[in-house]
Design a protein around this ligand. Structure first.
Ligand SMILES: Nc1ncnc2c1ncn2[C@@H]1O[C@H](COP(=O)(O)OP(=O)(O)O)[C@@H](O)[C@H]1O
Ligand SMILES: [Mg+2]
Length: 373
């Protein structure tokens, strides 16, 4: 899919911006703090996802304006669609979302319309950061292929909120231990479902990551991603998802309930899952060098794009924020080879650091506005 045109006004420091991107490569160039990342962020939020910067939605609106507007057209294999997000500064900072001029209740319908993948320098946190970062990466990645799965994750989280509240009531003697079954049953179904999804996705991404990393390292290093479920043993996944899988999950929850009641929180289940990332058998989190970590993050994102292409017969739009110019020629060529047939947006403050092959439209940004070449 490609973005055919976009209009942005009042989003952070961007004002009156109209662009018609190249179907292939787009270079967004400018000095620091001019609005390059803001432009990618404005386009990114049209996917219905939260910002890739850990920022609050209310900060989207320009400090100098009362309203922000981002509008764009997306062309996929089938048709062109129009998405618009408006936000006005007021007590609620509510977003108004329109798909093909029809007002939508939330961002959910956008997941199906616009798919993109972003690379940012902070992606190294997927490897170096807490297990939650890795779980989020995996959950986001399979949700992109099948947006309906988000429903199961959300449902699981809601059930856990109830369970944790109940644990505290039991701890205080206001409820009986038996009452936990009310939440542990539905939690088992949703938890089993998510575990199987994660296992399936990690298996697929592991295969592609290994292949890509081998190429990138010139055949000298082996990257492996392994799902360490908190509930299931690897051989459990050899059986298909069934009543039995839910039963295993249920028993695990019940087994830990004593300790859970003492502490008032749940200690088992998918919120304790880990994804092990190993290079030549050693945990990347503990032993990998900066360069290996960068390469691993890169390979994981590229693998996400590749799986997406295999499943949907369409390519996501790729955003590369401040990553290309930082990489050596070898790594740039490697990325370029994989995203060759996708629409790509590359931000840089140094156009000359980019591979000469990367020719396309150049957008120069100064103080939140486009400047003519
Ligand atoms: N809500 C906002 N209103 C106005 N300006 C903002 C807002 N949020 C961020 N900015 C400004 O945007 C600029 C940073 O833009 P950014 O896209 O991150 O720069 P870069 O070109 O380095 O990627 C800063 O000057 C910052 O003050
Ligand atoms: Mg930036």
């Amino acid at each position: 899919m490609i973005i055919t045109c976009a209009e942005i006004d009042g989003f952070r420091n961007l004002s009156g911006m109209k662009i018609q991107p190249d179907p292939k490569y787009n270079i967004i160039s400018g000095k620091n703090a001019q609005g390059k990342t803001n432009l990618l962020e404005a386009l990114w939020i049209m996917s219905g996802c939260k910002s890739f910067r850990s920022s609050k939605e209310k900060d989207y609106i320009s400090l100098e304006k009362n309203k922000m507007l981002v509008e764009m057209k997306i062309l996929d294999n089938i048709r062109e669609q129009k998405i618009k997000i408006e936000m006005t500064k007021n007590s609620e900072n509510k977003k108004n979302i329109y798909l093909n001029e029809v007002k939508q209740k939330g961002t959910k319908p956008l997941f199906d319309v616009f798919k993109c993948i972003v690379f940012i320098p902070d992606d190294v946190d997927i490897i170096k950061g807490s297990p939650e970062k890795r779980r989020n990466f995996i959950d986001m990645a399979y949700s992109q292929i099948n947006p309906a799965t988000v429903f199961h994750l959300n449902k699981y989280n809601k059930i856990m909120n109830h369970r944790n509240a109940l644990l505290k009531q039991i701890m205080n003697g206001h409820e009986k231990t038996d009452a936990l079954e009310l939440w542990d049953r539905p939690a088992s179904y949703e938890g089993a479902f998510v575990s199987y999804l994660r296992n399936d996705y990690i298996r697929q991404i592991n295969e592609i990551c290994s292949k890509l990393y081998r190429t990138l390292s010139g055949g000298t290093e082996e990257l492996k991603l392994e799902y360490k479920s908190n509930v299931y043993k690897p051989e459990d996944f050899e059986n298909p998802l069934s009543e039995k899988s839910a039963e295993i999950y249920f028993r695990k929850l019940q087994e830990s309930s004593g300790y859970d009641i003492k502490t008032g929180t749940t200690h088992t289940g998918i919120a304790r899952d880990e994804i092990l990332i190993k290079i030549n058998g050693l945990s990347a989190r503990e032993y990998a060098s900066q360069g290996q970590i960068k390469s691993t993050a890169l390979v994981m994102k590229l693998a996400q794009a590749e799986i997406f292409m295999q499943k949907s017969d369409d390519a996501p739009v790729i955003f590369l924020d401040d990553v290309m110019g930082e990489l050596d020629e070898n790594r740039q060529k490697f990325i370029f080879d994989i995203v060759r047939n996708m629409q790509v947006f590359i931000t840089t403050c140094n156009e000359s650091a980019l591979l000469p092959e990367i020719k396309g439209k150049i957008f120069r940004i100064q103080n939140g506005e486009l400047i003519e070449n």
